[in-house]
Structure formats: structure tokens, C-alpha cells
Write a protein that binds this ligand. Structure first.
Ligand code: MSP
Length: 637
């Protein structure tokens, strides 16, 4: 036995100015699949994700919502954490850049760099993008606009602290050239070397508090806070307790960062220079994926449909969504997302190829072998190809996973599925069952099928954990690692349950409909969204309210202050974030539905006693109203 290898994988830490969307989900899901795979391989895995909470963007979003940046970050960070929990993401840690464990390490590293003379104070003027929170050179700008956001860059001049990044240019070029596997796939390694063909500038690492207070104070000058990228990159070491901590010592030498191509420069250029200057080793690998496009255009958080695309996870199920994302994108390149393509894959690869195999195999074992794995019998010459393909698939999956080539790994697994389906067609167990003289052949065929299912459960575990669990439970087995992919591991006599349909087919025309196609969870499994008992719902008091008056809340773009009649004698004040969707005058006289027993909250200095109900999607918002008249105060349930 070889000793377990440490494997430390990180995702970017996501900004908390937007809800999780398809892009975030993709990176996190593939990181999850990789970590699950490495665990199955016997490695000691540490999987980190988290949220990036400082900087202009967050401060602005919080101001617009009328809450403090900390409260805002708390709320959205919790949404990310909960989303990953619901998707079954197996991260070992979740770091927030507002946590003291992070702030401490950022300040320690800043102090080290300052003490080593790596930081100086100076003035800088340049073209700045508030969206990216960075300066752009004239060459990078596209007609004076930001190449990422396509918004005009603003000339900004201020005094700041600078990190002497330029002096690391030659070192970094050599470092990357000597390590062909450091940045993968190759195209991104070339891109980083491309950035480094132009002179590398020093990096402004502070922001004056006169402009931005929402950040980590510089330990050597508290008139400044740390530039958000400088702060954020350090999460990868602060989450391990920082230099010197036990987790850092074991895991940091094995660190791999998984990122989207949009943040290649900070990870490929700034971060290695920062580490080198601080006397810390560079990460072991930077792995870069392409972008999902919707309808041909580039997606961004400002487009609601990336959020909507992500909502399909509830409609089609976690495994189908995971499968599509991993199978459809050639790792490193961009890909197109569409619901039709997802349904196509679900029907052909999941319902047909995999789902049918599992239900055919378990049904035949139930019908022809009394629901138990028969003796190994005589599997016939056709079975050789099944065993050979398994061995090849195992090798191919392993090779693909070394390069994060999820699509290749899945193609290899589906080759095995196709071979096993072909085996069923070739040996026709139903015909063997009619002939008592061919019992050994029948048993051999059924054993081959049951053993194929066991191996499939192992092969699929990292990619489709729910389906793999169902297959494995159908065979009454505990989870098994990749080492169990040796033919013949299944003991004759093992009870086999007829499998429920793993992936029901989606009929044409249903794809865009609202009927949930999510398969029912198998007995003993928790549904993905916890149901609430009716008593919990009854605790929420919903009532009809008549809007008596409405006005804007000073200094807020989003909030309106309403005076509403709930049939209680005196009107109540409710503050609602609907100013971008309704003019005050439109609301007066309207009957709406409110939550009447919420704890009061202060929003932009106004106390709000209740909450309006509204639906929203894709930037649209609609208040709930009644389709027949009811008096103010009437209960809604
Ligand atoms: N906070 C920074 C990262 C700091 S890491 C030290 C940030 N956050 S982000 O919320 O904007 O997330 C960017 C990442 O989300 C991308 O690198 C990628 O992993 C993922 N994606 C966002 N949109 C995406 C697509 N359209 N397609 C694929 N992944 C994308 O940048």
C-alpha cells in the first residue's frame, strides 16, 4: 500500500454581490467531482471554497440594499453556503474574507512584505474599472472601455502603497517555462506567458479610506485598506491557518487552484509574485476552465439568465445537471448552455443508456434469479469484452482526471455502459432463462450484469453521486473506492432490489414547461429540498393589506416606505425594496399580501413592521394581489 497523497483543491472565492449562478455552480461542481474522485483513489483531500466579501462592489451593493456591508455579506455568503449544501458539494472548509482567521494572515503577509522592503508608497494615475476593481493599461483597454464589463474606464489618480511586482517578471517567466504542468491547459499557460511579454507593472495594493472603508486595514498605515484582490488571493493560505500552521505545512505544497479564465491574470501573475516575495512556495497547479455562454453571448452576473439556467438544477435533478455540465464542456474551452441540450443528454445518455441498463439488469435478476446475485456460472465468450472494457475505462478515467478532462472521463464510462448494454443484447438472458439446460450460462450472464452494476456505481460515484448511491444501495453495498474496480468483487447471493427509474425521460414539449421532472427520491433518501410541516407554515401570518400611502425612502434607489391598513385600527409602516419596479402613486389603493408577524427591522433608518410578498425573476418583479376583493386584515393561507 502506498501512503495516501495529500490533495488540496480550491475554487475561486465568489463575490457576495450576486446570488450563485451557473458559472459559480460549474466551477464548484467540477471541483466537487474531482475531490470525490481523489477521495475514491485514497488520497487525503482538502476541498476549499468560500466567499470574497470586501471591496467597492460589495460596499456599493450593500448601500443599494440599504444594509451594512457586513450584514449584506453575511446574508449572501449564507446563500452560497446553503446552495452548495443543497447540491451535496463535499467541501471540507468554507472561508469568508471577513473572518478573523483570514484577516490575521492577510495582515501578517502584508507586514512581512513591508518589512522585506517589497512595498513602497507612491502615486499612480490610470484607467480604472470599478467592476473589476483594477487599473487597466492603455493597451488592455478597448476604446477606453473595460474589456470584461464593456463599461467606460475612469481616470483615477491617488496615492497608494505598491507591491514591487515588476521585479519578479523575469523570475516568473523562467518559473513557468521550467514547469510545463504548472498552468493547465496549455493555452492558458501560453496566455500567462503572453501577459508577461509586456512590462510588468508594480501592483497598487491599497485603497485610501477616504474612498473605501470596506476592507482589511493595512497593518502599517491605517489610513488605507487592502486592495480586494490582494486580500482575496491570500484566502488559499489563510484557510490553512497561514504559514507555519500544521494544515499549511501538509497541504500547501499540494495546492491546486481551479478557476475560470476570467481571473487568470491575478492567479497566474499576481499570486505567484506575492508568494515569492513573501518567501512562500508557489502553488502546485493552476487549472483553468472556459466560460459558459447562453444563446451565444458571454454570460455575466448582471444577466439574470445565468441565475435562471442554474435554477434548472431543481427541475431536472442534481445528477442530470452535473452530468450535462461535465459532459458538454470540453475542459478549458467555452461551451453553450441550453435547456434543450440538457434534456437531450438526459434522455439519451442518462435515461436510455444508463437508466435502462440498471433497470433491465435488476429486473432480470429479480425475475430469473429470485432477486439474488447467482453463482459466477459461465458468462460466455461475450463477457471478455466487458472485463477488458472495464480495465480500459478505469485507465482512461484516471488519465482524464489527471488533466481535469471530465468530458473524457464520462465518455470512457459511457463506453463501458454501451458494452454492457451490447452484452445483454448479445447473450439475451431472457432466452437463456427459457432453457433449463443453460442455467450456468444464465447465471454467468446475470452475474456479469450485477458485477457491471457494482463497478458502475464505483465509476459514477464522483460524477453522479445520487445515481451511484441508488445503484449501490440496490446491491446492498457500502461505498467502495477505485481499488474495488477489479472484476469479480461481488459475492454471489447478494440481494438485488429492482431499481426505480433513475432518470425518467423528459417528453418533447415538457422541457420548457413548469412540471418538475425531478425523480422522486428513493426510500430512505432525504429529498433535496427539505419539506416543512404544515404547522411551521401556519406560524407565518399572511394578511391582506390596503396601501394607504407610499413614498420614496431618502438616499435609497430601491426602497419605498408604505403606510398600510391591516384592519388593526392604526396603519402600519412597511419598507419594501420595490422602488425600481413600482412608482409610489401606482401603489396607493392597491390591495397586497403581507407577512404580518415578522419581527420589525430597520431599513435605511426607517422601521418596517411587516413584509410585502412579491414574485421576481430575471429583473422582473410583481406584487401579490387578490383576484377578488377581501377586506384589509383578511387572513391568507
Ligand atoms: N472574487 C473573485 C475571485 C477571487 S479568487 C481569490 C471573483 N468572483 S466571481 O464571483 O466573479 O466568480 C468568478 C468565477 O466564477 C470564475 O472564475 C468562474 O470560476 C466562475 N464563473 C463565473 N461565470 C462563469 C461562466 N459564465 N462560465 C464558467 N464559469 C464562470 O472573480
Amino acid at each position: 500500500m502506498t501512503a495516501p497523497r495529500p490533495f488540496y483543491l480550491t475554487t475561486p472565492i465568489y463575490y457576495v454581490n450576486a446570488r450563485p449562478h451557473l458559472g459559480h455552480a460549474y466551477t464548484t461542481i467540477i471541483a466537487d467531482a474531482m475531490c470525490r474522485y481523489r477521495r475514491l483513489a485514497g488520497d487525503t483531500v482538502h476541498f476549499l471554497t468560500g466567499t470574497d466579501e470586501h471591496g467597492d462592489k460589495i460596499a456599493q451593493a450593500a448601500a443599494e440594499a440599504g444594509v451594512s456591508p457586513q450584514a449584506y455579506a453575511d446574508a449572501i455568503s449564507a446563500v452560497f453556503r446553503e446552495t452548495w449544501r443543497r447540491l451535496g458539494i463535499s467541501n471540507d472548509d468554507f472561508i469568508r474574507t471577513t473572518e478573523p482567521r483570514h484577516e490575521r494572515v492577510v495582515q501578517e503577509i502584508l507586514r512581512t512584505l513591508h518589512d522585506r522592503g517589497e512595498i513602497y508608497f507612491g502615486a499612480y494615475g490610470g484607467l480604472y474599472c470599478f467592476g473589476c476593481e483594477r487599473f487597466y493599461t492603455e493597451k488592455e483597454a478597448v476604446d477606453g472601455t473595460c474589456p470584461q464589463h464593456l463599461t467606460p474606464l475612469q481616470f483615477l489618480e491617488e496615492e497608494n502603497y505598491f507591491f514591487k511586482m515588476s521585479k519578479y517578471q523575469d523570475w516568473l517567466i523562467r518559473y513557468i517555462e521550467e514547469r510545463p504542468a504548472l498552468i493547465r491547459p496549455e493555452r492558458y499557460r501560453n496566455e500567462v506567458l503572453g501577459f508577461l511579454r509586456d512590462p510588468l507593472q508594480d501592483l497598487s495594493i491599497s485603497r485610501p479610506k477616504t474612498r473605501l472603508t470596506w476592507g482589511i486595514p493595512l497593518p502599517f498605515d491605517d489610513r488605507f485598506v487592502t486592495y480586494v484582490w490582494f486580500d482575496a488571493l491570500i484566502n488559499y493560505v489563510s484557510a490553512l491557518g497561514g504559514p507555519g500552521a500544521a494544515a499549511y505545512e501538509t497541504l500547501w505544497p499540494h495546492a491546486r487552484h481551479l478557476i475560470g479564465k476570467d481571473i487568470l491574470k491575478p492567479h497566474g501573475v499576481y499570486w505567484p509574485c506575492m508568494l515569492k516575495a513573501a518567501g512562500l512556495p508557489v502553488y502546485a497547479g493552476l487549472v483553468v476552465h472556459g466560460y459558459w455562454n447562453l444563446g451565444g453571448g458571454k454570460m455575466s452576473k448582471s444577466i439574470g439568465n445565468v441565475v435562471e439556467a442554474f435554477e434548472l438544477v431543481d427541475k431536472y435533478g442534481h445528477d442530470a445537471f452535473r452530468y450535462f455540465l461535465m459532459r458538454e464542456m470540453t475542459f478549458g474551452l467555452d461551451a453553450n448552455f441550453s435547456e434543450e441540450a440538457l434534456v437531450g443528454r438526459l434522455n439519451s445518455d442518462l435515461a436510455n443508456d444508463l437508466g435502462n441498463l440498471v433497470s433491465r439488469a435488476t429486473t432480470m435478476i429479480a425475475n430469473f434469479a429470485d432477486g439474488a446475485v447467482p453463482e459466477r456460472g459461465d458468462p460466455g465468450p461475450e463477457s471478455a469484452v466487458v472485463r477488458e472494457t472495464l480495465a480500459r475505462t478505469r485507465r482512461d478515467v484516471d488519465e482524464a482526471m489527471r488533466e481535469f478532462a471530465f468530458q473524457r472521463a464520462l465518455v470512457a464510462i459511457w463506453e463501458f455502459i454501451a458494452i454492457v448494454n451490447g452484452y445483454v443484447d448479445a447473450v439475451q438472458p431472457w432466452a437463456l432463462a427459457r432453457d433449463p439446460g443453460r442455467r450456468a450460462r444464465l447465471h454467468g450472464a446475470l452475474y456479469t450484469l450485477a458485477e457491471s452494476l457494482r463497478c458502475l456505481a464505483v465509476l459514477l460515484d464522483a460524477f453522479l453521486p445520487e445515481a451511484a448511491t441508488k445503484i449501490r444501495r440496490g446491491l446492498g453495498l457500502e461505498p467502495q473506492g477505485l481499488a474495488a474496480l477489479e472484476w469479480g468483487g461481488l459475492a454471489p447471493g447478494t440481494k438485488v432490489a429492482k431499481a426505480p427509474a433513475l432518470f425518467p425521460r423528459i417528453e418533447a414539449g415538457k422541457a420548457a414547461g413548469s412540471a418538475p421532472a425531478r425523480p422522486e427520491p428513493a426510500v430512505g433518501e432525504k429529498p433535496a429540498r427539505p419539506r416543512v410541516p404544515i404547522d411551521d407554515f401556519a406560524r407565518i401570518e399572511l394578511r391582506v393589506a390596503l396601501v394607504l400611502a407610499a413614498e420614496a425612502v431618502a438616499k435609497s434607489k430601491r426602497l419605498l416606505k408604505l403606510s398600510v391598513d391591516l384592519g388593526e385600527g392604526a396603519p402600519r409602516t412597511i419598507v419594501a425594496g420595490i422602488a425600481e419596479h413600482y412608482a409610489p402613486a401606482e401603489l396607493v389603493g392597491k390591495k397586497v399580501v403581507v407577512v404580518a408577524n415578522l419581527e420589525p427591522a430597520r431599513l435605511m433608518g426607517v422601521e418596517s413592521d411587516g413584509m410585502l410578498l412579491a414574485g421576481s425573476t430575471d429583473g422582473k418583479l410583481a406584487l401579490l394581489s387578490l383576484d377578488r376583493d377581501l377586506p384589509p386584515g383578511a387572513r391568507v393561507k
